[in-house]
Structure formats: structure tokens, C-alpha cells
Design a binder for this molecule. Structure first.
Ligand code: SF4
Ligand code: SF4
Length: 361
């Protein structure tokens, strides 16, 4: 199969790295590179998703610009990852969502917020949107919200299954059942600890220059933990509603509120930190992704901000409007889960499983 420009460049760079091998202690990419008998589109799709973009190999490379070899692993691998997210995306007609990340995010936000404004107005009347409210469910019944997001969740899971199935087969992984539990647990441990963001020596990433920093990893952890706390808050709220027959809003010292508020604050801090890092990142390490990379961070930030605003707006005329905006942000986030940056975590996890599995062969 003919390879494209990005893969050709990635193969050129990997061929130089494989001869040099100076960076083999930096991350999982270089030992995995040394195990390959040749470089093809398939193993570039594997190696590029194993790269966590820490920047260490670029800052330490004696063959980087201005050397004529012009080796830049993080930049070419970022482009290769973007192409793998596009290539395997299901359904294929959603591929422009990856190629135009900012536009897809803004459009999905505007459409989702408009839909919820219309739904709230249709349910409770236009005048009620700006009338002081205490209870969300006067504006939109719980059953309507649950139906919209349950349907969206099913679409997301089907999309993940189809997309990741294509990637799994492409990087030549065998059946999931034939891979040992040890490979899965090592990959999950590596993903959760973000091992490959430590620069290979525990000092962290070099995204802003020659001085390593652990902040990129810390902010990612805040976002990851905050996200799981908010997800747990939703599960706890569902249990209160259906299991205990207690309807929202819940008081501040209940599990749904404690988990939601703590997770929301962690997401705000983590996302703000990632914005800051994005602004200060050495531009030679990145390729133009048309806003795809930051779209998830923006949506997580807006969802947390509007979600934390809801209890504050309770009893005021702002609640209806804020509820529609918050639900619109959540729906846009669901669209990002299926067709946006969110899937990068799964691609990386599968690459880590492949790496651990290859070590056992
Ligand atoms: S990035 Fe540079 S220093 Fe590191 S292995 Fe490749 S060629 Fe060698
Ligand atoms: S940027 Fe970091 S994670 Fe990516 S290949 Fe280089 S050292 Fe490894």
C-alpha cells in the first residue's frame, strides 16, 4: 500500500533513530522501535500513538534542526496520530470533525445549546426560561434529560467500538482474549500514571524548552481524576433518583454534590493549566491540528464551569438559561467523546497494550 507524506517522513525519522538509539531510555517508543523488523504505515500508527509528546527526544537530539537530518519525532508523530484518528473514525463521514477540530467544537456547542434552549422553552414556556427557578426539573423533566443522554451514550459506545476495532486490527494485535492479563494491567498502570510523560528520568516534559517540568503530567492527572469524579457524581445521582427515589437538587453534603463539585473544580484547574501549557509550548514540537487538540479541554472547562454555576444560580432567573447552556455543553462533550479528541486516550491505551504484548513475544 502506498504511504502518505507523513508516514514517509515518520519512517525516515525512525530509520535515523534506529541507527542512533540515543533516546532509548526516554520513553516506551524507542525500545518498541528497536523491536520492529521494518517500518511500515501500521507500525508508525502504533509507535506514534505510543508517543505522549513529552518533547524530551527533540530537546536532546543532536540531529534536530539546524542539522540537515532535521529529526523531529514529536512533531511528525503528532501529525501521524491525527491521521490515525481520522483514518479509523467511524462513521467515515465524520472524519471532517477531526480535520476541523475547532469548527466541529463550536458548531456542536451552538447546535446543542440551541436545541436545549428550544427544548426548555417548549417544555416550560419561553417566559419560564428567565423566571426565578429552584428546581431543574420544572424546566426539563428528568426523564427527558435521561433519554437524550442515554441515546447519546449508546451512539458514543458504538462509535468507540467501530473506531477502535479498526485501529486494533491495523496494528496487528491478536484477539483481545489471547492477550495476557499482565499486558493489560501493565498498560493500564502506564496509562493511569502517565509514565511516558516523565521524560524517561522522572523530571517531566520538555514542551516549553530545555528545562523539564512535571506540570503537564499533574494537570492531566487533575483532569483525569476530576472527570472520573464527575462521572461518579452522575452515577451517584442516578442511584439517588432511581434507587432511593430522592430527586435533585441534592444538599451540599451528599455524594452526588461532593463528587460533582470537587471533580468540577479539579477539571477547571487542570484545564486552565493545560491551556497555559499550550500557550507556552515550543511550536517546533507540534503540528497544526486546527484546534482538534484543545477542543476537549475547552468543552471540559465549559461543562465544569456551567455545572458549578447551577447551584449558585438556584432561585434566580439565570437558572433556566444556564441549565440549557450546561446541557448543551454536555451534549457537545458527548459528540467529542465519539468524534473528537477524547478518543486519543483509547488509542494510546491500545498502543500501550500492544507494546506490553510485544514484550512477551
Ligand atoms: S531523536 Fe535524535 S537523538 Fe533521539 S534517537 Fe532519534 S536521532 Fe537519536
Ligand atoms: S516526544 Fe517524548 S514520548 Fe514522544 S517519542 Fe519523544 S521522548 Fe518519547
Amino acid at each position: 500500500m502506498p504511504v502518505n507524506e507523513t508516514t514517509t517522513e515518520a519512517i525516515r525519522v525512525m530509520t535515523i533513530c534506529n541507527a542512533c538509539r540515543y533516546c532509548e531510555g526516554h520513553c516506551a517508543v524507542f525500545p518498541a522501535m528497536e523491536r520492529q523488523t521494518e517500518f511500515t504505515q501500521n507500525n508508525i500508527e502504533f509507535l506514534s500513538n505510543l508517543c505522549h509528546q513529552c518533547g524530551a527526544c527533540y530537546q536532546h537530539c543532536q540531529y534536530a534542526d539546524p542539522h540537515e537530518f532535521n529529526v523531529n519525532v514529536p512533531a511528525v508523530f503528532e501529525q501521524a496520530r491525527l491521521e490515525s484518528y481520522t483514518q479509523f473514525l467511524w462513521p467515515a463521514f465524520m472524519q471532517p470533525a477531526v480535520l476541523n477540530g475547532s469548527k466541529f467544537m463550536v458548531t456542536s456547542l451552538l447546535v446543542s445549546i440551541s436545541l436545549f434552549l428550544v427544548a426548555v422553552a417548549g417544555q416550560s414556556g419561553v417566559s419560564q426560561i428567565l423566571a426565578p427557578q429552584v428546581n431543574f426539573y420544572n424546566l426539563m423533566p428528568h426523564s427527558v434529560m435521561a433519554s437524550i443522554f442515554s441515546f447519546s451514550a449508546v451512539v458514543v459506545v458504538i462509535s468507540w467500538w467501530m473506531t477502535l476495532r479498526g485501529y486494533w486490527h491495523s496494528i496487528s494485535l491478536p484477539s483481545p482474549w489471547s492477550i495476557g492479563m499482565a499486558s493489560y494491567s501493565a498498560a493500564i498502570a502506564s496509562a493511569l500514571t502517565l509514565k511516558n510523560l516523565d521524560g524517561g528520568h522522572g523530571s517531566g516534559c520538555y514542551e516549553s524548552g530545555e528545562s523539564p517540568s512535571l506540570w503537564k503530567r499533574r494537570y492531566h492527572h487533575l483532569v483525569l481524576i476530576g472527570f472520573f469524579m464527575c462521572f461518579s457524581a452522575t452515577l451517584a445521582g442516578t442511584f439517588y433518583h432511581y434507587g432511593l427515589n430522592i430527586a435533585a437538587p441534592y444538599s451540599w453534603l451528599t455524594p452526588p454534590k461532593i463528587l460533582g463539585v470537587t471533580g468540577g473544580i479539579m477539571l477547571l484547574v487542570g484545564c486552565t493549566g493545560l491551556f497555559r501549557i499550550k500557550q507556552t509550548t515550543d511550536q517546533r514540537l507540534v503540528s497544526n491540528d486546527n484546534g482538534y487538540g484543545m477542543s476537549l479541554t475547552v468543552l471540559l472547562f465549559l461543562t465544569s464551569l456551567t455545572g458549578l454555576g447551577l447551584p449558585i444560580a438556584k432561585g434566580t432567573g439565570a437558572l433556566g438559561l444556564l441549565l440549557a447552556v450546561h446541557l448543551g455543553c454536555v451534549l457537545a462533550l458527548f459528540l467529542n467523546f465519539a468524534w473528537g479528541k477524547f478518543t486519543h486516550g483509547f488509542f494510546r491505551l491500545i498502543a500501550l497494550v500492544a507494546d506490553e504484548h510485544q514484550k512477551t513475544q
